[in-house]
Design a protein around this ligand. Structure first.
Ligand SMILES: Cc1ncc(COP(=O)(O)O)c(C=O)c1O
Length: 404
């Protein structure tokens, strides 16, 4: 994304033309940015040669998943619905891992019958349920055991998952117990030790602590895991936090870990692959000027993009057509929803704006569209994929049919 003659361009497409042709609000994805992110991710871990399973929860658009599959990735799913979409997108079952704390018997049976790669289990009860399913289908099921390492990922509190106060994973003592109990099971094959400590992580330190916890499990249990699933969580630059994850340091530590334990690595990245490839294009409906604040009322709201309302996430907002003016007054970008939390960004100054102008909310490719709703009975935003100078409508109606 860049400006040419003060007009915003995604790949080779002027954004104001998208607004004119497709209307707003609309989610726009850049294929080239997605591809670059995937290639960079692979490059960061070349020596490890991991199985990379895209976290479908970050973006479950069928067309996006198909592209991701074509670029060689697998999928990390957390529901039957996500599993169906991943399979429909032609992601090979042997590259799919199933995570989540509350998989039902039916979901587990469905996944097992599809012969997916791995089911990551998060509780004693879940493991027993998987075992029952295996008995029913008369076949052993490959599982991972997810450890809760009690490591603070130093990220937004609401997206921290690896502390004892979080519902995710099993505490160390229970992991040892379950390995002992099920290592010779006829129905379960403990193939993997898994972990995921949170999202939008910008330091390698929590990851290193996480590796130490995994090491302790492997060394003390003396169990030979074939795989270790390190989850995802790699943070991106939303335009505010300049500090980013040091991939080199993280990767070096993993290399040592792999050598020592002779294991293969799985990653489950979501945000780092698709986050900055998505833009939410919107139009200013009204500008309401009060003494202190100019309220910029957009045609998109928290029903389209929930992250700012949900956990005060920061998303930059940029004009589709730049001008050189600067209005030194607080500008508050808000949506039309009847909630005071329906607010995207508040800035001390902004360029001169007019009603009818288009703006773009940046970095919304991950946890954007997937968290949207019809709140206030608003219509869902459309989605398009931009590939060079071509634009594809990538609606969901067809591929979501018969999913539930
Ligand atoms: C189990 C699991 N794996 C992977 C992810 C993806 O995380 P991220 O999008 O931060 O890479 C999540 C999201 O929190 C998750 O819960």
């Amino acid at each position: 994304m860049f400006y040419r003659k003060k007009k915003l361009i995604i790949e080779k497409v002027p954004v104001h033309k998208i607004a004119r042709q497709f209307g707003t609000p609309i989610y726009c994805y850049s294929f080239n940015q997605l591809k670059r992110n995937i290639l960079n991710f692979k490059r960061n871990f070349t020596k490890i040669r991991p199985l990379i399973c895209f976290a479908v929860k970050a973006n479950n658009n069928y067309r996006i998943l198909s592209e991701i599959g074509r670029l060689g990735l697998g999928a990390d799913v957390v529901s039957r619905g996500e599993l169906i979409v991943a399979l429909k997108s032609k992601i090979h079952p042997k590259k799919i891992v199933f995570s989540g704390v509350g998989k039902t018997y039916d979901e587990i049976e469905f996944a097992a019958r599809k012969k997916i790669f791995l089911i990551n289990a998060e509780s004693q009860s879940e493991i027993e349920t998987i075992s029952k399913v295996a008995k029913k289908i008369k076949r052993s099921i490959d599982i991972g055991i997810r450890l809760n390492p009690n490591v603070d990922a130093k990220t937004i509190k609401e997206i921290t998952t690896g502390k004892y106060s979080n519902k995710f994973g099993l505490i160390e003592k229970d992991v040892f117990k379950l390995i002992k109990q099920f290592k010779n099971s006829k129905y379960l094959n403990i193939k993997c030790l898994s972990v995921h400590i949170g999202s939008q992580i910008t330091s390698h330190i929590p990851y290193i602590k996480m590796l130490r916890s995994l090491q302790k499990i492997i060394s003390k249990s003396k169990y030979r895991f074939e795989y270790v699933d390190l989850g995802g969580g790699m943070g991106i630059n939303y335009g505010k936090n300049t500090k980013l994850l040091d991939y080199k340091k993280y990767s070096k530590e993993i290399e040592k870990f792999v050598k020592k334990n002779n294991v293969k690595i799985i990653f489950e990245p979501g945000r780092s692959l698709i986050g900055n490839a998505g833009y939410l294009l919107s139009k200013i409906i009204y500008i309401k000027k009060t003494n202190k604040i100019n309220f910029i009322i957009l045609d998109t709201g928290m029903n389209d993009l929930m992250r700012p309302a949900l956990y005060k996430a920061y998303h930059n907002i940029i004009p589709v057509k730049k001008n050189s003016s600067k209005i030194s007054k607080r500008h508050e970008f808000v949506g039309p929803i009847c909630e005071s939390t329906d607010k995207f960004l508040s800035l001390k100054s902004y360029q001169k704006l007019s009603e009818g102008d288009n703006i773009v909310i940046c970095d919304v490719g991950a946890y954007g569209k997937v968290l949207s709703s019809n709140y206030n009975l608003r219509k869902n935003a459309n989605e398009i994929l931009i590939k060079s100078s071509k634009v594809f409508k990538i609606g969901r109606k067809d591929h979501l049919q018969n999913i539930f």
